[in-house]
Design a protein around this ligand. Structure first.
Ligand SMILES: N[C@H](CCC[C@H](N)C(=O)O)C(=O)O
Length: 289
């Protein structure tokens, strides 16, 4: 369908999937911002674009609502997988997807309605090396490093799962407030330590194998859930000895299960929902800049 879209979400982290070969325009940063605008456009936490791949069954480009491009998106990959199955672009129940942040493999879980209602994604390997984020600190690993934000002296653990993450822990029994997220999120996202910016998680252990996170995403701000954030925070919690895997990651939008192998290879399992399919109106497309 001309200018067609497929809208889905993973735990309230919503995306719009598009096939650029069906679009009458190019997905430029300005047009992405216009489509993702919650009031003047379709509204979305990002756009997922189906692209060719020579290395995997499918290629995926991930765009944040500010028009920037991301290397990985865990919820995005589950939504993309559901799109491929629901639109008949694949008959397979397991396949590979090439992203800027590496090649991932996905297995669909089909429900009694025949829908791909959940997916398991091999998300690659977490690393704490500054060069992977990137981060300008000259240390071997970004484990509990000092950082100042909003007048607070904090400690962060930096993780890359293809995209960059800055994880800040409170001790078990303490809580993070949304006010703290709104104060710390944008400052940390744009902190000079992170030349390509970063995603931010305010995390707290809530059990021997469970954490809770509030999420401020690079290029998107506060989101209800984030798959790559869950992977990063779970990896950091295991690396710091705060929890044992597999880690249950709770977020405002719900729960993801993250297996963290000894080499920090990550397996994410979680639900995915389809909301709607449709097409952008020609008059709306004409407003895109
Ligand atoms: N904003 C992120 C990409 C989306 C990640 C999140 N929605 C997920 O489910 O992993 C970034 O710039 O790296």
């Amino acid at each position: 369908m001309k200018n067609g879209f497929f809208r889905g979400h993973g735990l309230g982290n919503d995306y719009v999937v598009m096939d650029p070969t069906e679009l009458t325009f190019t997905l430029t940063p300005g047009k992405i911002r216009g489509i993702c605008d919650r009031h003047w456009g379709l509204g979305s936490d990002g756009i997922l674009a189906l692209v060719p791949s020579k290395k995997a069954d499918f290629g995926l480009r991930i765009y944040n609502p500010d028009g920037s491009e991301a290397e990985k998106s865990g919820n995005g990959l589950r939504i993309f997988a559901r799109y491929l199955h629901a639109t008949g672009k694949t008959k397979k129940r397991a396949f590979t997807v090439e992203t800027k942040g590496g090649l991932v493999s996905i297995a669909l879980h089909i429900d009694r309605h025949g829908d791909a209602a959940a997916a398991t994604v091999e998300m690659g390997r977490a690393t704490f090396q500054p060069s992977a984020l990137p981060c300008t600190l000259s240390v071997d690993e970004l484990i509990q490093q000092p950082i100042e934000a909003a007048g607070r002296a904090l400690q962060f653990t930096g993780v890359s799962v293809g995209n960059p993450h800055c994880v800040i822990f409170k001790q078990a029994g303490e809580t993070w407030t949304r006010e703290e997220l709104l104060a710390l999120g944008p400052v940390l996202e744009n902190h000079p330590l992170f030349p390509k910016r970063t995603n931010v998680q305010l995390a707290v252990p809530t059990g021997p194998k469970e954490i809770f996170i509030l999420i401020w995403e690079r290029g998107a701000g506060e989101t209800q859930a984030s798959g790559s954030s869950s992977c990063a925070a779970a990896s950091a919690a295991v690396r710091l000895g705060l929890v044992k895997g597999p880690v249950t990651v709770k977020m405002p939008g719900g729960t993801l299960n993250i297996e963290v192998a000894r080499d920090f290879s990550l397996t994410m399992k979680g639900p995915v929902a389809e909301v709607a399919r449709g097409a952008l109106s020609p008059s709306f497309v004409r407003t895109l800049r």
